[in-house]
Design a binder for this molecule. Structure first.
Ligand code: C5P
Length: 222
C-alpha cells in the first residue's frame, strides 16, 4: 500500500462521493467528504439563525464547532458536536444555502486547516471542490470528475425518487447550475480543475468504470 492522498474534485452531482467511497474501500483508505463539513456548518448556521452572509459571525460559529466524520459499520456518519447530522445536512434547505457559506475566506481557511490535518498521514481519498488546487496541492493522484448538468440533475432526481422524496428535474437543473456558478465564481479557492488533475467525464460511464479508471491511475503511482 502507498502512503498517498487521492484528491477528487468536480461539480455537484458528478459522482464524486460514490466513486470516492468505492476507491477508498478498495484501497482500504479513509474517505473524507469535505462537502459534508461545509454542509454541517450551514446546517448549524440555519439552526441558530446565524447570518450566512456575515463572515465574522459565521467563522466564530465554525471555530466553536466540532465537525467529525466517522465510519460506523461501513456507513459514513457526520457529527456536529454530539449531534448526528448525516441526513440533516442533505436537506434541500442546506443544499441551497451551502455555497454562500463556502464563499467566505475565513471559513475556507479554517476548513482547509482541518482537512489538511485529516490527511496528514496519507491513505485518504478526499472529495470536494478545491482539494487538488488548495487543500492537497501535492496529492499524488488528482482526479476531476465532470458530467453534463442535465445528467447530474437526472442522477439527483433518481436518488430523490428512490428515497420517496418530492423531486422536480427542472428545479434540480436550476439549483445545480446556480450552485456550480457560485462555486466556480467565488474569489477564494473556486471550483476549477487543477492543471495536473486528470479529468474523467462520467456522463456515459458507470460508477464501476470510473472507479476502475481511478484505481488504474493509482496503481501507476511509483
Ligand atoms: O460535495 P457537496 O455537494 O456535498 O458540497 C456542498 C457544497 O460545499 C459545494 O456546493 C460547495 O459550495 C462547498 N464545498 C466547497 N469546497 C469543498 C467541498 C464543498 O466549497 N472542498
Amino acid at each position: 500500500n502507498k502512503k498517498i492522498n487521492i484528491a477528487i474534485d468536480g461539480p455537484a452531482g458528478a459522482g464524486k462521493s460514490t466513486v470516492a467511497k468505492k476507491v477508498a474501500d478498495r484501497l482500504s483508505f479513509v474517505y473524507i467528504d469535505t462537502g459534508a463539513m461545509y454542509r454541517a456548518l450551514t446546517y448549524l448556521a440555519l439552526k441558530t439563525n446565524t447570518d450566512i452572509h456575515n463572515e465574522e459571525t459565521l467563522n466564530q460559529l465554525l471555530l466553536n464547532a466540532e465537525i467529525s466524520l466517522k465510519n460506523e459499520q461501513g456507513e459514513q456518519t457526520i457529527y456536529l458536536n454530539d449531534e448526528e447530522v448525516s441526513d440533516k445536512i442533505r436537506s434541500s434547505e442546506v443544499t441551497n444555502h451551502v455555497s454562500y457559506v463556502a464563499k467566505h475566506r475565513a471559513v475556507r481557511e479554517e476548513m482547509l486547516k482541518r482537512q489538511q490535518q485529516l490527511a496528514q498521514n496519507g491513505y485518504t481519498v478526499m472529495d470536494g471542490r478545491d482539494i487538488g488546487t488548495a487543500v492537497l496541492p501535492d496529492a499524488k493522484v488528482k482526479i476531476f470528475l465532470s458530467a453534463s448538468v442535465e445528467e447530474r440533475a437526472r442522477r439527483r432526481h433518481q436518488e430523490n425518487v428512490q428515497k420517496g422524496e418530492d423531486s422536480n428535474l427542472d428545479t434540480l437543473i436550476e439549483e445545480i447550475r446556480k450552485r456550480d456558478q457560485i462555486d466556480s465564481e467565488r474569489d477564494v479557492a473556486p471550483l476549477v480543475k487543477a492543471d495536473d488533475a486528470i479529468e474523467i467525464d462520467t456522463t456515459d460511464r458507470s460508477i464501476e468504470q470510473v472507479t476502475a479508471e481511478i484505481l488504474t491511475i493509482v496503481s501507476a503511482v511509483p
